[in-house]
Design a protein. Structure first.
Length: 90
């Protein structure tokens, strides 16, 4: 199985895992960070095969950093309000 197929399959499995674990905010953020990391590796492989520039990689990396900082600030705010990272579901 080629590495590209493994990376795409891992993104799909992480997305399914994200929808399966909706009770803890921190676990959802960690899964999202894994998806961003796998997408960065996938971007590197795609750009390496197509002789593209690294501008797309820098863009995806910047969006990943913004997502991580936003998620961390939301987690801190949520824990301050509720005292736990457990998401209350009706």
């Amino acid at each position: 199985m080629p590495i590209m197929d493994v990376l795409v399959l891992s993104i799909l499995l992480l997305a399914i895992l994200l929808f399966a674990t909706q009770h803890h905010f921190l676990l959802c953020l960690l899964i999202l960070e894994c998806v961003v990391l796998v997408s960065l590796v996938l971007t590197i492989f795609i750009l390496n095969n197509s002789a593209g520039s690294l501008n797309i990689f820098i863009l995806v990396l910047t969006l990943g950093v913004c997502e991580a900082s936003l998620g961390l600030s939301l987690l801190v705010s949520y824990i301050k309000m509720n005292g736990s990272d457990k998401i209350k579901v009706f």
